[in-house]
Write a protein that binds this ligand. Structure first.
Ligand code: GN1
Ligand code: MG
Length: 371
């Protein structure tokens, strides 16, 4: 019975994948990557265009998935044009939206799931944790290049596909609401999280305040530039692409800087169970920022530098807050492998925030020096 159900599911996947092929037949569809929201598969074909990425979009998170696709197409068109007119002096690729045989950028299946396909960046790989400083510089270069290539696309051209994304005060409101209706078991770990958040409530609006008062401009951002969303050429070991374009939309580049650093400077990775030993690596931080600034210097202002430290601290804290609130709410947003998964993830981010805070002077000095 179970194997029948499995065969049925595989047949469905193959049928959906086939809708996105222009030539050739699908010979394999397998789960791919470690996304927390969407379901991702790698499709293998028996033709020249030999593989692509197939994704079922989580429509509880992205309520208007057509707008996500619209943003992606505006983004890729803009960047491709720019690269054609002003080629970089090294390999750089932009993931392409693949169309169905009848020319649409998505399709629905019988269960009304939303499916879309994206080109696979050939001869490339990604990493969950940083290997060395050279890789850190490449990650920074990749984010800088990403920002640079959209710095002349007006933010209003893209839709807000995920309202409230990275707006920390809204995550705090949500957390306070969840807390009011739940009775968390009082364990040392849960109490640590509760107190950790409590102490930082008044500081949490720091970036939103800077945005509202015009100190930080609204720009286009990636939204999720964590370390494993940067692809590296398998032979040259250079960064060649930033993938996962679902959250490219108006925001602050600071959300991206914070997200890139909170993921890149955590040598144990965000999925470790060993949360007590988490530290923020300032050498990697310096490497990422050096790489970033080789490309980003031209569009950053003095205020952008002033808020960099807060961004690094805030996005680690914010992700911890999001994980912890989801744990309290019964794991309704992030996919989990076990009921305590989001609690452990929150502890990792809070320990990372703590390590950032104790190294504030050093991190601020790095920002000053790389400027
Ligand atoms: C989610 O699904 P994934 O892994 O691409 C989340 C990010 C978090 C990340 C933490 C839309 O991204 O904000 O930083 O998990 N994406 C969304 O790993 O909420
Ligand atoms: Mg993502």
């Amino acid at each position: 019975m179970i194997s029948n159900i499995k065969t049925q599911a595989t047949n469905n996947l193959v049928a959906i994948a086939n809708k996105f092929t222009q030539t050739g037949e699908v010979i394999d569809v397998r789960p791919f990557g470690s996304g927390n929201i969407n379901d991702t598969f790698l499709v293998v074909l028996n033709s020249e265009q030999n593989r692509f990425v197939l994704q079922r979009i989580n429509t509880h998170v992205f309520c208007q998935p057509q707008l996500v696709m619209q943003n992606m197409r505006i983004f890729t068109e803009h960047v491709s044009k720019r690269l054609l007119n002003n080629p970089l002096n090294r390999r750089w690729e932009v993931p392409r939206v693949l169309l169905t045989r009848d020319g649409h950028d998505y399709c629905n299946d019988a269960n009304n799931s939303f499916w879309r396909a994206i080109s696979f960046i050939e001869a490339s790989e990604s990493f969950d944790t940083m290997h060395d400083i050279e890789q850190a510089r490449e990650i920074g270069y990749a984010l800088g290049t990403f920002h640079n290539l959209i710095s002349d696309l007006p933010p209003q051209k893209l839709a807000d596909t995920l309202e409230g994304f990275h707006i920390t005060p809204l995550y705090l409101n949500h957390y306070n609401e969840v807390l009011a209706t739940s009775t968390p078991v009082s364990t040392p770990e849960v109490n640590y999280c509760l107190q950790f958040i409590e102490k930082r409530q008044t500081w949490a609006p720091v970036l939103e305040h800077a945005k509202a008062t015009g100190q930080l401009p609204l720009r286009l951002m990636h939204g999720d530039p964590k370390i494993n969303n940067v692809m590296f050429d398998t032979s040259t070991k250079k960064a060649v692409s930033v993938i996962d374009l679902d959250t490219v939309k108006p925001g602050l580049v600071h959300y991206d800087i914070g997200d890139c650093l909170r993921s890149g400077c955590n040598p144990a990775g965000e999925e470790t169970e060993n949360w007590e030993s988490i530290t923020f690596d300032t050498d990697i931080c310096q490497g990422i920022l050096q790489g970033y600034l080789t490309v980003a210097k031209e569009f950053l202002t003095e205020n952008d530098y002033i808020y960099m430290y807060d961004a690094i601290r805030l996005i680690a804290f914010e992700l911890g807050l999001r994980f912890f609130a989801d744990y309290l709410a019964g794991n309704v947003y992030f996919k989990v492998k076990h009921p305590e998964h989001n609690l452990t993830r929150a502890l990792v981010q809070f320990k990372l925030t703590e390590s950032i805070e104790t190294q504030e002077t050093m991190i601020r000095k790095i920002i000053q020096d790389v400027k």
